[in-house]
Design a protein around this ligand. Sequence first.
Ligand SMILES: [Zn+2]
Length: 259
Amino acid sequence: MPRVHALCGGYIDLDRSGFFCDVAPGTRVTVPVICFLIAHPRGHVLLDTGVHRQALTDPLARLGERRAGLFRLRSQPNDEIVNQLALLGLGPGDIRYVVNSHFHFDHCGGNEFFPHSRFLVQRPEMEAARQALAGAPIRYSPSPIDFDHPLDYQLVDGEHDVFGDGEVVLLPTYGHTPGHQSVLVRRGKGDDLVLTADACYTRENMDRDVLPTVLWDPAEMSRSLATLREWRDRKGATVVYGHDPGQWQGLNRAPAPLA
Ligand SMILES: [Zn+2]
């Protein structure tokens, strides 16, 4: 049975209007960047690698002018992936699979620290990221400084059962970005956990059915959000949202297991 730990990949201060397309600009909010360690008997899976530690000390160099203007880092030095894994007595070499939900800077910042892991990424995410890297004019800003490293990227197409036993399943939740994915962890009868990542920033996005301002495809993101809501409301899964400060307050964090 997989055990799950919530890890802090940083804190970001941003305008609340970025999270809700129907909210006027002018209110700042600090949100957590959440990563997860999923301990399966056949290997450790890491969902996302958070914000790179350099973004704290030199935001301009790491994030570039545009993003450094939009986002302020509010992390403590320990709020980054390698230090968080150490809380569990683990190092990068212990991670068999890294799952990138998508290639925004707050989800793949620490990728370079996992040269021996296999990365699982949805094919449309990688294809769009490579197009953006080649200068194609697409409405998607992945973070090359974070993902563009000689890592063992394995591309998956849609739903993907990581160990073949149904316990850790990647769910395609496209729309926020071209190939965004979430993760389903089945911990036993009736104990399903859905880690949405940025297919749903907060509980409020799901409850009010409101999308964020920046996204790839609103119709597709809406469908993905509906699928996740069905997991929560009809199938009884526990849902952990991508950047929900209220939910994060009440979550058990590493080294404790997520309840
Ligand atoms: Zn994010």
